[in-house]
Design a protein around this ligand. Structure first.
Ligand code: GLU
Length: 428
C-alpha cells in the first residue's frame, strides 16, 4: 500500500458513487459502508530461540445477509485494520456478484511470514485461530488463504479449530490441502477464473486471444495460474511478470520477447513468489525495474499482486496498445487511475468480478465438506467456468443497460443482491 492509498477509503468511495446512482436509502448506505463486526486481537507466539513475540491479528465481518462471512487471511507486514476492512467489503460484493450464498469477511496479521520457521508459522496460525475461534464456524465465518498464507496454514487452522470445538470441522476454513478436506482445483481457481473472464471480455471486444499479449504483475498463486491460463487456455503470450525478490528486497520485471514460459518460471519460484534470478537469467530472461511491466506494449495488463498499484502517478505510462486491465489483485487501481482508464476506453474487468474464482471454488470446497463427497478436478473447473462466465455476462449486461463502466456495473449487480437479502431477512 502506498502512503496516499487507503484501501478502505477507496472501497467506501466506490460504494458511495454507486449507492448514489442507485439512490439507496440512507440507512442502507450506513449498514453497507461499514463492517457489521470487527475484531483485533493479540497473538503471542513461542519463537524457536526461546523468546515470545506478539503479533496483531484482525478479522473483519463486513456483511452476512446472504450467508456466512467468507474471505481470506493475509499475513503481510503492512496489514492494517483499514486494509482488512476494505478487503472484507470487497468480499461481500465478490460473493454477491459470483452469486454464491456467502457474505464478506477478511482477516490478517501484521508480519512477514518468510521471516518465520515452519514451527513458528504453525504456532502463529494456531494462535490466530485461538484468538477468534468463537466467532468463526461453517455457519458464521469461513476464512481462506490470501497473500502470505498457504494451504498448509489452512490445514493447521482447521485442525486447531476442530480440537477447540471437539469435532472435526473441515468446513470452518477453505483452501485446505487436498487430502485434508481441500478441493481439487482450488489452487488454480483464482488465476484460471481471471482467464475465464479475460476470454469472455475478448469475445466482447472481438479480440483473437491467440494474437494477444499480456503483462502480469506478481508471481504468487493468482499471477502464476493467470499466466499459465493465458498461455495454455487462450493461446496468447505473456511477455513479462513483475515480482518482488525477498532476498534483494526489490521488485523486478522478468521479460522474454517471445513470451515467458510460466510453468518454467513457476518451477524456479519459491513459496513466497521469489524467482531464482540466476536460473531465470541462464534461461534467457531479462531483468528490468519492477514498474516496467506497466509500460509494456501489450494488449492486456493483469495486476495480480496487491492493492494500490495503478495510480495517478503511473497510469499515464500505460501503453496505447493496452485494451484491457484484468484485476487479479484486490483493489489494484486507484479511483483517479480508474477515471483515466475510462477516458482512454480501456476495458476494466474489476477485481471482485475478475478474481472471484478463488472464493467460488472455496464455496465448492465447503459444499464438498458438508456432503463429505469430493468432486473430480474436471467437474470443479467446469462449474467454476460456468459461474465465472455467468457472472461476467450479468455484469456486462448491467453495464449495457445502465451505460456504465464494468466496475460500477459489478457494484450495481452486487449491491442489488445484498440489499435484496437484507430486505428479505427483515433488516431494512
Ligand atoms: N482470498 C481470496 C479472495 O480475495 C479467496 C477468499 C476465499 O476463498 O474465501 O478472494
Amino acid at each position: 500500500m502506498t502512503a496516499d492509498f487507503n484501501p478502505f477509503e477507496v472501497a467506501q468511495s466506490q460504494f458511495d458513487r454507486v449507492a448514489g446512482q442507485l439512490q439507496l436509502a440512507g440507512e442502507v448506505r450506513q449498514i453497507l459502508r461499514w463492517p457489521l463486526r470487527e475484531f483485533r486481537f493479540q497473538i503471542s507466539v513461542h519463537m524457536d530461540d526461546g523468546t515470545n513475540r506478539v503479533f496483531f491479528g484482525f478479522r473483519v465481518q463486513h456483511n452476512d445477509a446472504r450467508g456466512p462471512c467468507k474471505g481470506g487471511i493475509r499475513f503481510h507486514p503492512n496489514e492494517t485494520l483499514d486494509t482488512v476492512r476494505a478487503l472484507a467489503m470487497w468480499m461481500t460484493w465478490k460473493c454477491a456478484v459470483a452469486d454464491i450464498p456467502l457474505g464478506g469477511g477478511k482477516g490478517g496479521a501484521v508480519l512477514d511470514p518468510s521471516s518465520l520457521s515452519v514451527g513458528e508459522k504453525e504456532r502463529l496460525c494456531r494462535g490466530w485461530v485461538d484468538g477468534i475461534y468463537k466467532n468463526l464456524g461453517p455457519r458464521n465465518d469461513v476464512p481462506a488463504p490470501d497473500v502470505g498464507t498457504t494451504p498448509q496454514m489452512m490445514g493447521w487452522m482447521m485442525d486447531e479449530y476442530s480440537m477447540l470445538v471437539g469435532q472435526y470441522t473441515p468446513g470452518v476454513i477453505t483452501g485446505k490441502p487436498v487430502g485434508s478436506g481441500g478441493s481439487l482445483g482450488r489452487t488454480e481457481a483464482t488465476g484460471y477464473g481471471v482467464i475465464y473472464t479475460v476470454r469472455e471480455a475478448m469475445k466482447h471486444l472481438q479480440l483473437d486471444p491467440r494474437g494477444c499479449t499480456a503483462a502480469v504483475q506478481g508471481f504468487g498463486n493468482v499471477a502464476q495460474y493467470a499466466s499459465i491460463g493465458f498461455v495454455e487456455q487462450l493461446g496468447g503470450k505473456v511477455l513479462c511478470v513483475a515480482c518482488y525478490d525477498r532476498n534483494d528486497k526489490t521488485t523486478y520485471t522478468y521479460s522474454k520477447a517471445d513470451g515467458i514460459n510460466p510453468r518454467f518460471l513457476q518451477s524456479i519460484t519459491d513459496q513466497y513468489g521469489t524467482v531464482d534470478q540466476a536460473k531465470a537469467k541462464a534461461a534467457g530472461y531479462t531483468l528490468e525495474p519492477g514498474d516496467a511491466w506497466l509500460t509494456k506494449d501489450v494488449d492486456v495488463l493483469i495486476p495480480a499482486a496487491i492493492e494500490g498499484q495503478i495510480t495517478a502517478a503511473n497510469v499515464d505510462g500505460i501503453s496505447r496498445q493496452v485494451k484491457m486491465v484484468a484485476e487479479g489483485a484486490n483493489g489494484p487501481t486507484s479511483p483517479e487511475a480508474d477515471v483515466v482508464l475510462k477516458q482512454r476506453n480501456i476495458f476494466v474487468i474489476p477485481d471482485f468480478l475478475c478474481n472471484a474464482g478463488g472464493v467460488t471454488v472455496s464455496y465448492f470446497e465447503s459444499v464438498q465438506n458438508d456432503a463429505n463427497y469430493y468432486w473430480e478436478h474436471e467437474a470443479v473447473l467446469r462449474r467454476l467456468d460456468q459461474k465465472m462466465t455467468t457472472a461476467f455476462r450479468g455484469v456486462l449486461e448491467m453495464a449495457r443497460q445502465r451505460d456504465v463502466a464494468m466496475r460500477d456495473a459489478a457494484y450495481m449487480v452486487a449491491i442489488d443482491r445484498v440489499v435484496k437479502a437484507m430486505e428479505l431477512r427483515g433488516w431494512l
